[in-house]
Design a protein around this ligand. Structure first.
Ligand code: HEM
Ligand code: HEM
Length: 310
């Protein structure tokens, strides 16, 4: 929607610059008439681009909807690059204009990177990460996953062999047995539905109790903190081998529990990817802002020195 005005803007300026350069027989530099016009056009875009900042602070005014501002920001920002290149007549000049040009190009590339990740990554997440959760809740959901796994084990194979069982424990075990259904239902662990878990798992995997509790101990740090923790399931390949060994060590009845432990690990793995994507989506903005502040300072310095010695 802003692409056409930006294209017209850049084509008009470049047409003037190129026709004048052809007439003179050389690419015109920053100090020439057409070069200066392109420079002033590119410089005005920088000032306009920086307006996105106070506008954000004055969001409540809402004079122009944010999407128009952002579209103008993107298209005019892109248009300013050929203008700046024409302006300098393909010379970087002294250290100040050269530094300015480098920061300017870097700012634009950081903006292009931002637009690309903001458009591509959320769609990719939606398609590839079925277990995506709200980023800030990853720790909480991981904590819940461990609790679910513990409840599941209590329900399926009873408490650890060496734990003392009080009346409260027994009551909470009863609760756990009922709540294990939630593990299957909500998390869609494996292919088992909540209902089959409910009818089949109770007291079924008792003989695997020690093996499964130990297994859970080994993978607990991974379920809680993801790939930061070195566990037998941190590496995907090692994880499949580890789970295969666990399967052979357990009875037929333990297999369903292993399915669920595996799916909790997969879920945690997806949270790690989600956290990485979140990082890519958000770290560019401070970089873009820092570069754009530097560029504004360099613009002022460049205009000052260039016009002083012109
Ligand atoms: C994005 C904005 C701009 C960039 C990246 C930029 C970059 C440059 C560069 C690299 C040169 C050196 C060219 C050479 O030595 O041959 C130059 C020269 C020059 N620029 Fe800019 N410039 C910009 C905006 C402006 C603006 C807004 C003005 C004035 C209002 C301006 C005025 C000049 C002048 C007068 C020269 C010639 C100086 C000389 O030959 O020593 N520039 N610019
Ligand atoms: C010299 C040129 C540029 C300058 C000085 C500049 C400066 C800025 C500033 C100050 C912000 C406000 C940051 C905030 O408070 O959120 C911003 C945001 C943004 N810029 Fe630029 N920018 C430039 C070029 C570009 C280009 C070429 C693109 C894309 C192709 C771009 C894409 C964006 C996007 C997508 C945002 C919004 C970030 C968000 O809040 O989601 N910028 N820019």
């Amino acid at each position: 929607m802003m692409g056409i005005p930006a294209a017209v803007f850049v084509v008009v300026c470049l047409y003037y610059y190129v026709t004048q350069s052809v007439r003179v027989g050389a690419w015109q530099g920053g100090g020439s008439g057409p070069g200066l016009i392109c420079g002033i056009a590119a410089g005005s875009v920088i000032v306009f681009e920086m307006l996105l900042w106070p506008r954000k602070l004055l969001r409540r005014l809402r004079l122009i909807p944010a999407k128009y501002w952002l579209a103008a920001h993107i298209w005019f920002g892109l248009a300013s690059l050929p203008l700046a290149i024409a302006h300098c007549g393909f010379h970087l000049g002294g250290w100040l204009p050269a530094t300015f040009m480098i920061f300017f190009v870097a700012t634009i590339f950081s903006g292009i990177y931002g637009v690309a990740v903001q458009n591509l990554l959320p769609r990719w997440l939606l398609r590839n990460l079925p277990s995506e959760t709200i980023y800030s809740q990853i720790d909480y959901v991981s904590d819940q996953a461990v609790r679910d796994a513990e409840r599941l084990l209590v329900g399926a194979c009873g408490r650890r062999a060496n734990s003392d069982i009080s009346i409260e424990d027994e009551l909470s075990d009863q609760l756990a047995i009922r709540e294990t259904v939630v593990v299957g239902a909500v998390r869609q662990a494996g292919k088992t539905s909540g209902r089959t878990l409910e009818t089949r798992q109770m007291n079924r995997a008792k003989e695997d109790s020690v093996t499964l509790w130990n297994a859970l101990d080994e993978i607990r740090p991974f379920l809680l903190h993801g790939k930061r923790e070195l566990t037998p399931v941190t590496d995907t390949n090692e994880a499949s081998a580890w789970f295969r060994r666990l399967r052979t060590a357990c009875s037929e009845e333990g297999q369903e529990i292993i399915d669920i432990l595996m799916s909790l690990c997969n879920q945690r793995r997806q949270f790690d990817i989600q956290a990485r994507v979140h990082h890519w989506l958000h770290t560019w903005i401070p970089i873009h802002i820092a570069l754009s502040i530097a560029v504004t300072g360099l613009l002022a310095a460049h205009v000052w020195t260039a016009l002083k010695y012109w």
